[in-house]
Write a protein that binds this ligand. Structure first.
Ligand SMILES: Nc1ncnc2c1ncn2[C@@H]1O[C@H](COP(=O)(O)OP(=O)(O)OP(=O)(O)O)[C@@H](O)[C@H]1O
Ligand SMILES: [Mg+2]
Length: 236
């Protein structure tokens, strides 16, 4: 059984239908990417998985359990944790305070300390800046903090919404390396990206979303070789 399954999701904003029957699966241990142009419905898909939006039709299932009536905090508690587009860290709190807030689902202080140690091992730069106000971090450091904060909730599946957006190439490399490491250490990942080159190099499988519908899917290597994908998304 899939860890996460989207089954015929239809989502509207008023009269605008943003998702027109999206189905996809993510299996335990995978990195799966969802690529697509501006406005294709990528963020809408992630926000529906997280319970921030409710589908008009269709279902989101985690280990077979329907999440569509579970409140957002319950979805986080079940191990589905999103890093939203644009990072949304708490700028007037320190790096360490941001991490502590990410641990709101963890009860023991031991688990929180362990989580902070793991976050600092993954992103040593955050340790050097533990006391710094998060709003004064660079864009790349803020993305590291947003990912590290999500990991504090000990996700089974991490939903990443365009983690490379607006970052210089060297930082993009670092973020994708961190994504691979998080996955190697046992977290399943659904990666939304406009950077299809990096996303298809990082993921095992992918889905291509166009105007609210999945138009192509398959192993990342097949998508990389697909002439339509090469023309529309890989700039070749
Ligand atoms: N709050 C909203 N109200 C009305 N329409 C919305 C809202 N949010 C998104 N949309 C519309 O839904 C469609 C899908 O938007 P979405 O943000 O999911 O796209 P996306 O693939 O994440 O794009 P991007 O790559 O630019 O982030 C777009 O046509 C967008 O204009
Ligand atoms: Mg988006």
């Amino acid at each position: 059984m899939a860890l996460l399954e989207l089954d015929g999701l239809q989502v509207s904003y008023g009269a605008i239908q943003a998702l027109r029957g999206v189905s996809l699966e993510v299996h335990d241990g995978e990195i799966v990417t969802l690529i697509g142009a501006n406005g294709a419905g990528k963020s809408t898909t992630l926000n529906t998985i997280s319970g921030l939006l409710r589908p008009r039709r269709g279902a989101v299932r985690l280990d077979g359990e329907d999440l569509t009536l579970v409140p957002p905090h319950g979805i986080v508690a079940r191990g589905v944790v999103q890093v939203p587009e644009g990072r949304r860290i708490f700028g007037r709190l320190s790096v360490l305070e941001n991490l502590q807030l990410g641990a709101f689902t963890q009860r023991s202080s031991h688990a929180i300390r362990e989580g902070i140690a793991r976050a600092f091992a993954l992103f040593p730069r955050l340790q050097e800046r533990a006391g710094q106000l998060a709003g004064t971090l660079s864009g790349g450091e803020q993305q590291m903090l947003a990912i590290a904060r999500a990991l504090m909730a000990r996700p089974r599946i991490l939903l990443l919404d365009e983690p490379s957006m607006g970052l210089a190439p060297v930082l993009v490399e670092q973020i994708f390396e961190a994504v691979r490491r998080i996955n190697r250490e046992g977290t399943t990942i659904l990666l939304v990206e406009q950077n299809a080159v990096m996303a298809l190099e990082t993921a095992q499988r992918g889905y291509v979303l166009e105007t609210g519908a999945v138009v192509l899917q398959g192993p990342a290597a097949d998508l990389q070789a697909n002439p339509e994908v090469r023309r529309a998304y890989l700039g070749q």
